[in-house]
Design a protein around this ligand. Structure first.
Ligand code: SF4
Length: 553
């Protein structure tokens, strides 16, 4: 039905539109009609995509700069990082200079939260102080080339992130595919108790079984659209060990009865896009996929598709739209992608960390994996600590580890003896915890009871330099910028929230409206974005209650 309607697989559409935007500086109506004509697509479908994604709507100069609007960068510069870059370049975000040389846009977020503030100068990451000056002079002398710091902190040497000798490459795939028995992979993943690490916590084996039960063709998509400001563990995995991700994807395809897999990588991670593409070429030439993999008769194709700049395209239905070259808007579930996914076929969508865990589980056994963590939530989680910590890094910890240990022992508290005001857990859809609430264990259910979502496991430290009303505006600005617009409570509510945040900073007259808005968004939004933002704002108001005008809250 999909192909009858569109006559063409859409995975190359965003790339094609990006080439137009980068080549001509912007996409015109004539460009849209020409691309639609070439594809045999309705003009509205191409126009929908061309008008949705940041990379396609922002004017592009010969040098396109993206400044990070993420929370760690906001905190690291007292909320002034974007304005400083704008002043240095003489451009506002969303503008290009009259000569078409330089253009500037903002992005949530670039995944350099351990070294904030950050920007992308073309596809070159830059971080640290005097960012605006360095961007103005186009100096790359302090280009961020160091790898993301990673430290394993679990009892056992899990080496999930693959930065130690145990990582290996393609150690289990040849033997597993040669066995011809996909049920063994399903059995190990089920025994591991592995749940999705992207925030939804859905049992992985159950998802793959649901896809395997559906009619062919089936697909597996790795969600490399990690966009939670504060989280950079998926970037670490894709850049440091892309073959682990690919081996996990191959195992997932085998288990789910899929012969085609995709890795969808956000455009804010250009190095990860490159490394994944190189790894795909290497793995294909090593015979790990392609036709008749390792002489088994099992055919498998894997492709990397680059996103085009949208936070909400990380939601699985929006991601599938983006993968098919459409607007990255959310659609109601059910039907779930396991029955109605890529091009209408059964599809498993798993995030990078989840997929990267699979080779270890298959190699060492699900029971061994389930020994770690807690009975309710087995195994380990990568947590990303922000720049305000004394030792910002990705840490691999067992589920159940007290947040206080992560913050004080692993992270070493705050740098420069700063005083901790709050920790934002799980990004803008997660929530805030006060310092006296950090004895909670790293468990999704325990955090949910405290009104916080674990999300991708980011921890952004908020120190006393940050004004709570500005933090509230920051949160609502994110919501207003990234809402996909598919449902009214979030599309309208996120902009209304931003207006009310300005009023809340100075007056208590907005309190009732604000509370009502949170109620409507929290209950009436179509997806976790609108509901999560409402919960996160509530937790901010609770933790920072003394920072707003008296009587406001
Ligand atoms: Fe889109 Fe927001 Fe509605 Fe989710 S809650 S579907 S992001 S408008």
């Amino acid at each position: 039905e999909w192909q009858e309607r569109f006559g063409h697989e859409g995975t190359g559409v965003l790339e094609r539109l990006r080439a137009v935007a980068e080549g001509s500086g912007s996409i015109t109506g004539a460009d849209v009609r020409r691309v639609a004509d070439e594809l045999g697509w309705p003009v509205a479908a191409v126009a929908g995509a061309a008008s949705f994604y940041a990379d396609l709507t922002a004017p592009q100069g010969l040098r396109h700069v993206r400044v990070c609007r993420g929370t760690s960068c906001f905190v690291s510069s007292y909320g002034r990082n974007v304005a400083q870059v704008e002043a240095a370049l003489g451009l506002r975000c969303g503008m290009r200079d009259p000569e078409g040389i330089v253009s500037l846009d903002g992005a949530y977020c670039l995944g350099h939260c351990y070294a904030s503030p950050a920007a992308l100068n073309g596809s070159t990451p830059m971080t640290g102080r005097r960012l605006g000056e360095r961007l103005r002079s186009d100096t790359e002398a302090e280009v961020l080339a160091q790898p993301i710091p990673f430290r394993a902190a679990s009892r056992q040497p899990v080496t999930l992130a693959g930065l130690s000798g145990d990582a290996g490459e393609w150690q289990v795939w040849p033997e597993t595919v040669s066995s011809g028995d996909p049920t063994s992979v399903l059995a190990e993943v089920a025994a591991a108790g592995l749940r999705g690490r992207g925030g939804a916590e859905y049992p992985v084996a159950a998802k793959w079984r649901a896809v395997a039960r559906g009619p062919a063709p089936r697909y597996v998509v790795v969600n490399g659209d990690e966009g939670d400001p504060g989280s950079y563990c998926d970037r670490l995995l894709m850049e440091a060990d892309p073959h682990r991700v690919l081996e996990g994807l191959a195992l997932a395809c085998f288990a789910a009865g899929a012969h085609r897999g995709f890795v969808f990588v956000r455009s804010e991670y250009p190095i990860a896009v490159d490394r994944m593409r190189v790894a795909v070429a290497e793995a294909r030439s090593a015979g790990h996929f392609g036709p008749n993999v390792h002489g088994t008769g099992f055919d498998l194709e894997i492709d990397v598709v680059q996103g085009a700049g949208s936070y909400v395209a990380g939601e699985e239905t929006a991601l599938l739209h983006a993968l098919q070259g459409l607007r990255g808007a959310v659609r109601p579930r059910p039907p779930y992608p396991t029955s109605l996914g890529f091009e209408g076929h059964p599809t498993a969508v798993n995030n990078v960390e989840t997929i990267a865990t699979v080779p270890w589980v298959v190699r060492h056994g699900g029971i061994e994996y389930a020994r770690m963590g807690t009975p309710e939530e087995t195994g380990t989680k990568l947590v990303s600590l922000s720049e305000r910590f004394a030792r910002p890094a990705v840490y691999e910890v067992e589920f159940g580890t007290p947040l206080r240990d992560i913050v004080e022992v692993l992270g070493g508290g705050l740098r420069d003896d700063r005083e901790l005001r709050a920790v934002q857990v799980g990004g803008p859809l997660g929530g805030f915890l006060a310092p006296d609430e950090l004895d909670l264990p790293l468990l999704a259910d325990a955090l949910a009871d405290a009104g916080v979502a674990l999300g991708h496991g980011s921890l952004v430290a908020i120190d006393r330099s940050v004004s709570a009303p500005e933090l509230l505006r920051h949160l609502w600005s994110f919501a207003a910028a990234e809402s996909c617009g598919a449902c009214t409570p979030c599309r309208v509510g996120s902009r209304r929230g931003l207006e009310l945040a300005y009023r809340l900073a100075y007056t208590d007259t907005a309190e009732t409206e604000h509370q009502h808005l949170l109620e409507v968004m929290g209950t009436g939004s179509l997806c976790a974005f609108g509901r999560g933002v409402a919960g996160s704002v509530r937790s901010l108001l609770r933790v920072f209650s003394h920072d707003f005008g008296s009587g406001v809250l």
